[in-house]
Design a protein around this ligand. Structure first.
Ligand code: MLT
Length: 325
């Protein structure tokens, strides 16, 4: 072997060894969990609750970083371009599945441009209005909205947000078109609702249950097929006349493409541990969220689910005719 070849072979072996030991030592510094919406909102609450538990398991802090804009696509673009070194992860919901139909020039492919870690929790949504909104129940709301369509606005967190998806489904079910008021998350949208600056908001129970219980908003029902444990007396929208109305939010955890498999496996195990952590289980249950079933907790489970959701929502969104560049 020539001296030059010898140096190259030795150098390559050293680099491989460094890579292996870096993976074995992972994590050796704080991990960033990117959240695509505002701090204090539903996605942020799930991220911080899981992050605190993952921190205990991995012995390194999970730092939540809120990267806002364009219904979650700004954050997804950021994660696609982040180093695949095991120190950047991403939590996102149905928005990963709706973005391809909503955005004409999406610069990432949700199905191929990430590593898939696990699903986490499923979250029902709730239909709310500002406290002094005239309608007392869903029947009155539908009648009022139909009579005052042009004057009523509907807050959401941008194209790709589940609040926008739910709003679009509601408009279709009621046969109206309301004025959309986009925010960078439903935390600021909720503040606007509480302040009376917007009329209606469809938002996840992880943010809305405390407001519903405090009576600071008008509440018309849950968006799930069946009633939920956290709000047992609350009717579904479907049972009140919006037949078959159903929107359920699911959250998945992703990493930049190329993140080493051993790291994905360790993070998957840490997420599974978090989902059994009594503190996480209690907080999620109190906020109406359900831990995702075991079948959705593998990387393959998340990817398969994501594909089925893209197939489900793309034709629905295309029929709605609301798109962005
Ligand atoms: C949020 O965290 O603010 C929400 O998930 C936004 C949304 O999708 O409605």
């Amino acid at each position: 072997m020539t001296a030059r070849r010898n140096i190259l072979v030795t150098g390559f072996a050293a680099l491989c060894a460094m890579g292996v030991s870096a993976q074995q030592a992972w994590p050796s510094k704080p991990i960033t969990l990117v959240v695509p919406f505002a701090a204090g909102g539903p996605t942020d609450v799930v991220a911080r609750t899981l992050g605190a538990s993952i921190t205990k398991t991995l012995g390194q802090t999970v730092v939540v970083e809120n990267k806002l804009g364009a219904g979650g696509t700004v954050a997804a673009n950021y994660v696609v371009r982040a180093a695949p070194d095991g120190y950047t992860f991403f939590i996102h919901h149905n928005g990963m599945a709706t973005a391809p139909a909503l955005y004409r020039k999406l610069s990432f492919n949700p199905l191929t441009d990430f590593e898939y870690v696990s699903q986490a929790v499923d979250v029902p949504m709730t239909l709310l209005a500002r406290k002094d909104f005239p309608a007392k129940n869903l029947t009155e709301l539908i009648a009022y909205v139909k009579a005052n369509e042009s004057k009523i606005n509907l807050a959401n967190a941008g194209l790709g947000a589940v609040s926008q998806l739910c709003g679009m489904m509601l408009e279709r079910a009621m046969g109206v078109k309301l004025q959309a008021v986009p925010f960078q998350g439903t935390a600021p949208a909720m503040n606007a609702l509480l302040g009376g600056q917007v009329d209606i908001l469809c938002d996840q129970t992880t943010q809305t249950i405390p407001q519903i219980k405090a009576g600071s908003v008008k509440f018309y029902g849950v968006t799930t097929k069946n009633r939920i444990k956290a709000l047992p007396d609350a009717p579904t929208l479907s049972e009140q006349g919006l037949k078959d109305f159903e929107v359920l939010v699911w959250h998945g955890i992703y990493a930049p493409k190329g993140t080493p498999k051993p790291i994905i496996e360790k993070m998957n195990a840490a997420v599974r541990t978090a989902l059994k952590d009594p503190e996480v289980v209690k907080r999620m249950a109190d906020l109406g969220a359900e831990i995702a079933p075991d079948s959705k907790l593998s990387p393959e489970g998340l990817q398969t689910w994501l594909k089925s959701e893209i197939d489900k929502w793309s034709p629905v969104i295309k029929a709605g005719g609301t798109f962005a560049d």
